[in-house]
Write a protein that binds this ligand. Structure first.
Ligand code: FES
Length: 152
């Protein structure tokens, strides 16, 4: 892990502004999409920051998780426009299809479900994000096809 983190910091630099991109890359390198405490400590040490500065960023931003998730993180928008555009149906389809509840990982380790505040895709509500990709205007058929594509 240390060598990979050194490599990531080498790419992004050590200034304060590089912290978020560095943490994103550190989280992505983990197959369960999270930042373990040991990784935060290494980032702080190598970038010359206080550990508390790094922990603050990790715990403040909804992008980051300190606990293991899964290969793909599904973020279901839970803000007003998606709520009034039947986001509850999306949640039901996802929970039923994946056999999990929001806040859980599927048994095969492929998907983790969580809520997210608005990420600016209101014009295509109801919307969700899988990793960094946004999907909108979703209905059952579209959602099942998307999940199938990630399973391959
Ligand atoms: S309210 Fe859902 S993306 Fe904006």
């Amino acid at each position: 892990m240390r060598d990979r983190i050194i490599e990531i910091i080498g790419t992004h630099g050590k200034n304060q502004g590089a912290l978020i991109p560095v943490l994103k890359a550190v989280q992505r390198m983990n197959p369960r999409q999270y930042i373990p405490q040991e990784a935060s400590q290494l980032v702080a040490r190598i970038m010359g920051l206080r550990e508390s500065e790094v922990y603050e960023v990790v715990s403040f931003y909804g992008e980051f998780s300190e606990t293991p998730r899964a290969e793909h993180v599904i973020k279901i928008c839970d803000s007003t426009v998606c709520r009034v555009n039947h986001h509850r149906e999306l949640v039901d389809i996802l929970e039923h299809t994946l056999g999990i509840r929001v806040g859980e990982a599927s048994r095969d380790g492929k998907f983790f479900l969580e809520y997210s505040p608005c990420f600016g895709a209101c014009d295509v509500a109801p919307a969700l994000r899988i990793d960094d990709k946004v999907y909108g205007n979703l209905d059952r058929d579209k959602l099942e096809a998307i999940l199938e594509a990630y399973r391959r």
